[in-house]
Structures are given as structure tokens and as C-alpha cells.
Design a protein around this ligand. Structure first.
Ligand SMILES: C[S@@+](CC[C@H](N)C(=O)[O-])C[C@H]1O[C@@H](n2cnc3c(N)ncnc32)[C@H](O)[C@@H]1O
Length: 264
């Protein structure tokens, strides 16, 4: 049987020449908001932490500097960008989190950013992530929530971003709206103290986000053209993004959290 393509098989593969640069643009943009959220949620030096789909490991590295390094584990399907974490005392595991046999242990914090939205079986993985928490442990999941691109007054940008979201939904199963359902899903999974925060960077005012978007469109180019986006439209959108006065939206990072009940 033909296996459906998944994130990282071809599109967004870690072996792509621009992938580490693309992910570091993402991290530059969203790490400050992620760090603020985790500190506001009470991140403590004594916590054991699991960073799921750690990418370039910037947030895992930061967790190792706040919690004790020996207490931090980073997991990714492709761990080639995570070598620096071993020097900082963190544990790196190369594993597929959708594998039902994957059991990394139990943690005070399980964190995943921009991972679940790209998994077709995200509900099952979310359930398993809850099982990786100790009683009273904290689950923090951030994902993109599409904002602005599909309603932009700039026609080429609007068509390009709309084409992009549809293409990744069809090829790898990504969902640009699933984060809006997390507060309900977390509550149904029995989590307590559920909350949500959003952070919306502006395209044109954030160098990391601009780099991430440009490199994302570069990687997705052939797929978007194959899906029917005219090349002239994509080129016009890329030109628009290179203009110094362009101000657009692409997505907000929506961060949802909740705690497992403590044993009484
Ligand atoms: C968009 S990147 C986000 C990286 C990082 N969390 C961040 O926010 O900077 C998604 C990451 O999830 C990883 N990933 C995707 N599917 C995975 C799976 N099934 N198991 C483990 N990691 C996976 C990818 O390899 C990639 O590093």
C-alpha cells in the first residue's frame, strides 16, 4: 500500500540545504514568546522537561539553562540539528513520536511547538503526550493559527498563502486551524487550569519571520506550482515580500496549556 507523505519525508526534510536556516528563523521569532509563556506558567529549576519535535533545539537548550540540564530531553524524528544539546547536558532522542511503542518516560513539562499541526494523527499523539506527564505535570502545545494571509488585500500574496496552506494540507496533512480546538481537546483529556495565549508577528517587521516565510516558499515552490498556483503570482508575492514597506500577516502562534490532576 502507498504510504501517505509525512512532514519531513520530502517537504521540510532536515536534509534540505535551507532547513536549519528556515527553522532558526522560526525560533528567532517565537522563542521569546515561548520563554515568556513557560516562565509565566511557573517553569522551575527542579522540573524534568521533554521538548517534542525539537527542531534546531533552541528552546530545549534554553530549558536546559533554566531547569537542570540533566533533566531535559529533546526528541525529534531527525536529530541532526540537536548535537549542541549533548554538550549542555540534555538528552537527545531520535524517534518518531507517532510510533505507539515510543515511551520517553514521565515529565513535569511536555512541550511541543509547530509539530502537532503537521501530524495527521495529532489527536492520538496529544493523548499519548498527556500520558508522558507526571501527576500535576504541565502540557504546553504551540501551533500556527492562520491569520491574515488568506484575506490580504494584496492579490498575489493572498493567492500564494492560500495555495500554500492548501498544498501542505493535501500533501502532508497539516491543519492551519487545529490549534483553535486545543482548549476543548485539553479539557476533554481531563487537563485542569487550561489556558491559551497568542502571539502574532508581522511579516515585514520581524527579520526571523521574514526569513522563515521566504525559505518556506522557496522549499514549497515546486509543490505549489504543481498544485496550480501560476508562477507569475508566486513571483509577484515573493517580490512583495522583499519590499521594505510590506506589512502582512501569515500566522499567529497559539499556545495552549493544561495540567494533569494531582493524586489526592
Ligand atoms: C516546524 S518544526 C518545529 C521545530 C521546533 N519545535 C521549533 O518550534 O522551533 C517541526 C519539527 O517536528 C519534527 N517532527 C515532525 N514529525 C515528527 C515525528 N513524527 N516525530 C518526531 N518529530 C517530528 C520535525 O523533524 C521538525 O524538527
Amino acid at each position: 500500500m502507498h504510504e501517505a507523505e509525512r512532514y519531513g519525508d520530502k517537504l521540510f526534510a532536515a536534509s534540505h540545504s535551507n532547513e536549519s536556516d528556515r527553522l532558526s528563523g522560526l525560533a528567532d521569532t517565537f522563542d521569546p514568546a515561548s520563554r515568556r509563556n513557560l516562565l509565566a506558567l511557573g517553569l522551575d529549576a527542579r522540573w524534568s522537561c521533554l521538548d517534542v519535535g525539537a527542531g534546531t533545539g533552541t528552546l530545549s537548550g534554553w530549558l536546559a539553562s533554566v531547569a537542570s540540564p540533566g533533566q531535559v530531553t529533546a526528541v525529534d524524528r531527525d536529530a541532526r540539528f540537536l548535537g549542541h544539546l549533548a554538550d549542555r547536558g540534555a538528552t537527545v532522542i531520535e524517534a518518531d513520536i507517532t510510533d505507539p511503542a515510543f515511551h520517553p518516560g514521565r515529565f513535569d513539562l511536555v512541550h511541543a511547538r509547530f509539530v502537532l499541526m503537521h501530524l495527521r494523527d495529532r489527536e492520538e499523539v496529544l493523548r499519548r503526550m498527556v500520558s508522558w506527564l507526571r501527576p500535576g505535570g504541565l502540557l504546553v502545545v504551540s501551533d500556527a493559527l492562520a491569520v491574515g494571509g488568506e484575506t490580504s488585500p494584496h492579490e498575489a500574496y493572498r493567492r500564494t498563502i492560500t495555495g500554500y496552506w492548501h498544498m501542505i494540507a493535501e500533501t502532508i496533512g497539516s491543519d492551519r486551524h487545529c490549534a483553535a480546538q486545543y482548549p476543548r481537546a485539553f479539557t476533554e483529556l481531563g487537563l485542569r487550569d487550561v489556558g491559551m495565549d497568542t502571539h502574532l508577528p508581522v511579516v515585514g517587521l520581524d527579520a526571523g519571520f521574514d526569513r522563515f516565510l521566504a525559505l518556506t516558499l522557496e522549499q514549497a515552490r515546486d509543490r505549489m506550482l504543481a498544485a496550480g498556483l501560476p508562477e507569475a503570482v508566486l513571483d509577484e508575492a515573493v517580490k512583495h515580500l522583499a519590499h521594505p514597506l510590506t506589512r502582512e500577516s501569515f500566522f499567529a502562534m497559539a499556545t495552549c496549556w493544561g495540567r494533569t490532576p494531582t493524586v489526592s
